[in-house]
Design a protein around this ligand. Structure first.
Ligand SMILES: *[C@@H]1O[C@H](CO)[C@@H](O)[C@H](O)[C@H]1NC(C)=O
Ligand SMILES: *[C@@H]1O[C@H](CO)[C@@H](O)[C@H](O)[C@H]1NC(C)=O
Ligand SMILES: *[C@@H]1O[C@H](CO)[C@@H](O)[C@H](O)[C@H]1NC(C)=O
Ligand SMILES: *[C@@H]1O[C@H](CO)[C@@H](O)[C@H](O)[C@H]1NC(C)=O
Ligand SMILES: *[C@@H]1O[C@H](CO)[C@@H](O)[C@H](O)[C@H]1NC(C)=O
Ligand SMILES: *[C@@H]1O[C@H](CO)[C@@H](O)[C@H](O)[C@H]1NC(C)=O
Ligand SMILES: *[C@@H]1O[C@H](CO)[C@@H](O)[C@H](O)[C@H]1NC(C)=O
Ligand SMILES: *[C@@H]1O[C@H](CO)[C@@H](O)[C@H](O)[C@H]1NC(C)=O
Ligand SMILES: *[C@@H]1O[C@H](CO)[C@@H](O)[C@H](O)[C@H]1NC(C)=O
Ligand SMILES: *[C@@H]1O[C@H](CO)[C@@H](O)[C@H](O)[C@H]1NC(C)=O
Ligand SMILES: *[C@@H]1O[C@H](CO)[C@@H](O)[C@H](O)[C@H]1NC(C)=O
Ligand SMILES: *[C@@H]1O[C@H](CO)[C@@H](O)[C@H](O)[C@H]1NC(C)=O
Length: 652
């Protein structure tokens, strides 16, 4: 390091700092080929055009095979835990295999990586330093062999990703430099980030996320081990129903037995015909549960909770339902145990590899993206017999899953607004939960026209039977009637938010849930965001309800005992004459104005800005009931009272 590069504006500083120079400028050597941080290199080795041959007519869609090597080398002084490297592929790459690494978003290969992807080390996730290993490159470096297909460019040209960066926190990467077949970047620790992780620690701290999954090995033998898997929901608004959990076994393991959950398919073919059958000669494979490389695991029904053979695991057997912790902490977890058999060369008590590429889904239409398992401090388990001693897991890994909101998905619920000061109800938005015009082309309706305002009593009538009343009401109010008429909301659940009263010291609202679907909704919950009103929350009468502690503008509601069932739509009392009736639940909520001075309930502060039902965000009307003329107030109090009466009668 003869000529160290540092830019100084004055020689005085230079002289003063001379003695400090080697330290200050240590990580920025003048020779650009020296990297004293994390060196990432992407080398394009070879490739060729693949059939079908589209050249020369259609060069942009011509496919090419590519083989490349991604190398990550730790030349720094601190061990790099759980390395992650982003490779910004941009030639419509389809990755077929990657040695020594997995995709950090949990996707199994082959996978579409056209938007770039993050790689994580597997089976070795940590890169040691030269100091720790006396320069053993095998421990300081990860070499990932990549094979895939790319489009539009390939040999003899050299397609290189325009962007490669280290995705670990606490490092800064400049733009990569390209030379011949290689692009490389040297990432240096960000001096502004003080990391607690020292070279000595072997373990990363637990991370937060919407959902976390622990993989705790609680017993280990030469050829098999027992692992406990615990899924915990941390998101206050969301739930899972009928969860499905997937992962990839990386070392040909198979599941011999299980408690608290089941594989969706019991399939032992891979064992009997595969290497496992060959190795475990004479093993009773007929009772083995799953030999799939990527099993799907589902929960057991409630009745199995106390089944001595299949259940008896705390937090097991929830029929696939995991509630938000804000609703019931004891039901916000699901746990099960698996007995895993290993294959050579892993037949050693200490040789434990967690499965990779985790994915969890549920019928609540949210997508979760799960990272790779990270080794964490062994979990402490309370003694099952109640003795005041804890047992420690042999090894623990944590998988963190965050919700990714699919933009294209339509809501499943919608909200209508009404108030004592205006007799027109603002119904749910047209097509709030989607409109499928293909299924019923004869029934022409407009998907863009705003909905017709309704009289209060027609909220209880299914959309297809409302039209007559809505039209009468429009005529009475001398409103224009569009042609074609607006389509319905098509939501399985709708929620009416009614501002019931507004006086000097306080105000009240009434929330009514309608189930228009074919099945009962058990253990429902809803979260209502009111930007200004929540500090004034006083009481809710028929539901359980409380402001969320970690969000000061949201009230969380759930059915109290007797109100936790939102029954399905059913026939009217006289099916020939009466339309079908939705299941309903209703409660009044009261607020004081003492803690929210200046609140203007009618002008909007009394109406929610966001509503969630069972974990999904609902569609909200775009307009609020107008309070321009309060003359109709008396009659609307009357009509809302009728609605209340109707509902009370219906609930009997
Ligand atoms: C660089 O890529 C070309 C193909 O485009 C290949 O022929 C050559 O062997 C590669 N060089 C190295 C050093 O891998
Ligand atoms: C990929 O990135 C390079 C460099 O930024 C750019 O020149 C090229 O057009 C991009 N290719 C595609 C298909 O986006
Ligand atoms: C890539 O990004 C585009 C635009 O953001 C998105 O529409 C597309 O679904 C992405 N593709 C994949 C495979 O993630
Ligand atoms: C490279 O990708 C990373 C991660 O997606 C991004 O933060 C960064 O801005 C990109 N750099 C460039 C030069 O595009
Ligand atoms: C770093 O470690 C110290 C002492 O162990 C602890 O107090 C502090 O909270 C840690 N900081 C972070 C960001 O983890
Ligand atoms: C998941 O979300 C948590 C908290 O919002 C965040 O700290 C974490 O970085 C996220 N993890 C991933 C893999 O996106
Ligand atoms: C299981 O046993 C516990 C304790 O004996 C009991 O409280 C619980 O109701 C039982 N659960 C089922 C589903 O039978
Ligand atoms: C368990 O889930 C299944 C599938 O969704 C459902 O049909 C069944 O009614 C549920 N059982 C109980 C007891 O909730
Ligand atoms: C198991 O692994 C440990 C540590 O890697 C090693 O010391 C031991 O000899 C191995 N045992 C067997 C039976 O291979
Ligand atoms: C969840 O994943 C399983 C297995 O991958 C799949 O069979 C199922 O259709 C998925 N369910 C939903 C609701 O996406
Ligand atoms: C609510 O929290 C936000 C930030 O969390 C804060 O800015 C706001 O002042 C709080 N409002 C009240 C009424 O406490
Ligand atoms: C309600 O609408 C449905 C579907 O259009 C129709 O079959 C039914 O007869 C209507 N019921 C009444 C009471 O009008």
């Amino acid at each position: 390091m003869a000529t160290v590069f540092c830019s100084f504006t004055s020689t005085i500083i230079l002289i003063i700092s001379l003695s400090l120079l080697p330290i200050i400028c240590f990580s920025q050597p003048s020779n650009p080929s020296v990297c004293n941080g994390i060196l990432i290199s992407y080398l394009y080795n070879s490739g060729y055009a693949l059939p079908p041959t589209l050249l020369p007519a259609d060069p942009t869609h011509q496919g090419y095979r590519f083989e490349s090597t991604l190398t990550v080398t730790n030349n720094g002084l601190v061990e790099l835990k759980n390395w992650r490297v982003f490779v910004g592929f941009n030639n419509s790459e389809f990755l077929v295999s990657a040695s020594e690494a997995v995709l950090a978003d949990g996707t199994s290969l082959p996978a579409d990586v056209r938007n770039g992807t993050v790689f994580a080390g597997y089976p070795v996730a940590d890169l040691k330093t030269a100091v720790e290993t006396a320069g053993d490159v095998n421990q300081m470096q990860a070499r990932v062999g990549l094979v895939g297909t790319q489009f539009g460019v390939g040999a003899p040209n050299v397609p290189l990703p325009p962007n490669i960066t280290l995705a670990n926190d606490g490092y800064l990467c400049p733009n990569p430099t390209t030379q011949g077949n290689e692009t490389r970047v040297c990432c240096l620790p960000d001096s502004n980030v003080r990391s607690n992780i020292t070279g000595e620690e072997k373990i990363v701290p637990l991370q937060n996320g919407d959902l976390t999954i622990m993989y705790d090995v609680i017993r280990s033998y030469e050829s098999n081990y027992l692992a406990q898997v615990t899924i915990s929901n941390h998101n206050p608004f969301t739930r899972l129903d009928n969860w499905n959990l997937n992962w990839d076994w990386m070392e040909h393991e198979f599941i011999n037995s299980m408690r608290g959950a089941r594989p969706k398919v019991i399939d032992t073919r891979n064992c009997i015909f595969g290497s496992q059958g060959n190795y475990y000669k004479g093993f009773e494979f007929s009772t083995v549960l799953s030999c799939e490389k990527r099993p799907t695991i589902i929960d057991l029904p409630l009745e199995r909770t106390n089944d001595t053979a299949l259940g008896m695991i705390p937090f097991c057997c929830r029929n696939g339902t995991i509630l938000p912790p804000s609703m019931d902490l004891s039901k916000s977890k699901s746990a099960f145990q698996i007995e895993v058999y290993k294959m050579p060369p892993d037949l050693n008590k200490t040789q434990l590899t967690p499965p990779q590429n985790w994915k969890i889904n549920s019928t609540v239409g949210l997508d979760y993206q799960c990272g790779p398992p990270a080794r964490v401090n062994p979990t402490l388990f309370p003694d099952p017999s109640g003795l005041p001693s804890d047992s420690v897991a042999i090894a623990s890994w944590q998988v963190v899953c965050n919700i990714t909101r699919p933009e294209s998905k339509k809501p499943k619920c919608c909200v209508s607004f009404s108030s004592f000061f205006n007799e027109s109800v603002i119904p749910c938005n047209t097509c709030a939960c989607g409109c499928d015009t293909t299924t019923n082309p004869s029934n022409v309706c407009s998907a863009t026209e705003p909905p017709l305002l309704l009289p209060a009593e027609s909220l209880l009538v299914p959309f297809e039977n409302r039209t007559e009343k809505a039209l009468e009401f429009a005529k009475l109010k001398r409103r224009d009637i569009p042609n074609p008429l607006p389509c319905g909301d098509n939501c399985g659940v709708s929620i009416n938010w009614h501002v019931l009263s507004d006086y000097k010291d306080g105000w009240t609202a009434r929330m009514t849930l309608f189930n228009w679907g074919e099945s009962d909704i058990v253990d429902w919950f809803s979260a209502v965001e009111l930007d200004k009103a929540v500090p004034g929350f006083e009481a809710v009468y028929s539901f359980a309800g409380n402001p969320l502690t970690d969000a000061n503008n949201t009230i969380f509601f759930a059915g109290s005992p007797g109100h936790n069932y939102l029954v399905a739509e059913r026939n009217g009392s006289n099916p020939r004459k009466d339309p079908r009736v939705p299941g309903t639940e209703q409660s009044v909520i009261s607020f004081t104005k003492k803690k929210t001075p200046g609140i203007n309930v009618a002008r909007g502060d009394g109406f929610p800005t966001k509503v969630y039902f069972n974990g999904e965000e609902c569609s909200l009307p775009t307009v609020l009931p107008s309070n321009a003329h309060r003359i109709a107030a008396a009659s609307s109090v009357f009509s809302s009272l009728t609605l209340m009466l109707i509902l009370i009668v219906l609930q009997q």
